[in-house]
Design a protein around this ligand. Structure first.
Ligand SMILES: [Zn+2]
Length: 248
């Protein structure tokens, strides 16, 4: 049973019996996996505070190939995202990132770009204290990396370009229609402004984009649509999406 060193982001933990924890992790070298942390709940646990949700950690893991549950040898914190989660809205945003990552990325599939994306978005939340644009950036890039981003440049039916025009979508759809193709005035509007935002961040690093200006109009609108695309793709409702919506 080889002991493997890797970096990871803690997605979620839950209690296992009296003293242990099951930890859901996105690791850099082994992909997403779950592992048991023996004794993690005991007072003098060797894991210390390394297993807090969204901690960026270095860990040693007994990789039992073919097994559903691995075993954690030890772990240490590289960067903590604990403080920022004292703000409830930040906590919900962080939990959203964890929930989507856990549902979206397949087990044991190494995905360096998704790992770096999650790290960058966590740091953006921490340093800029803003929720909308970091989550929008995350949704967009996760869908794009996974190959599930719909064509947002034109109507899915008539293929007419949106250039300066609004798009429309209905509940659980994964793409946009133009105003002529939507039936009987139905659907939620995604403004031209929101669609134009994509060009703003598509070729920028997240912190460059966030430094540009304070929450541009349309970012929330676009985020809500991409969240819906993610839910439609996962074929399930996200618990944290509802919590985010309650927070406005
Ligand atoms: Zn059309």
């Amino acid at each position: 049973m080889p002991l493997v060193e890797t970096e990871a982001i803690v997605l979620r933990t839950h209690r296992l019996g009296e003293a242990d924890k099951i930890v859901s992790l996105l690791t850099r070298q082994l992909g997403r996996l779950r592992a048991v942390a023996k004794g993690a709940l005991s007072r003098r646990s060797r894991f210390g505070s390394a297993l807090e949700p969204l901690s960026y950690i270095r860990l040693w893991i007994y990789d039992r190939e073919g097994r559903d549950l691995q075993r954690l040898g030890s772990a240490e914190v590289v960067e903590s995202f604990f403080e920022m989660q004292k703000d409830y809205r930040m906590q919900v945003a962080a939990q959203y990132l964890a929930e989507v990552t856990e549902r979206f990325l397949p087990d044991r599939e190494v995905n360096e770009r998704a790992f770096r994306l999650l790290m960058a978005v966590l740091r953006a939340l921490k340093h800029f204290g803003e929720v909308n644009r970091p989550l929008l950036f995350f949704d967009y890039w996760l869908l794009r990396l996974g190959g599930f981003l719909p064509d947002l440049s034109c109507c899915m039916k008539c293929r007419k370009s949106f250039a300066g025009q609004a798009g429309f979508y209905v509940e659980s759809s994964e793409s946009l229609l133009c105003s002529a193709c939507r039936s009987g005035g139905s659907g939620t509007q995604l403004s031209a402004q929101a669609l134009a935002l994509i060009d703003e961040f598509r070729s920028a690093r997240i912190e460059e984009w966030l430094r540009m200006k304070k929450a541009p109009a349309g970012s929330r609108e676009l985020r809500l649509f991409l969240e819906q695309v993610i839910e439609a793709h996962l074929e399930r409702k996200l618990v944290t999406r509802r919590l985010l919506a309650e927070e406005g």
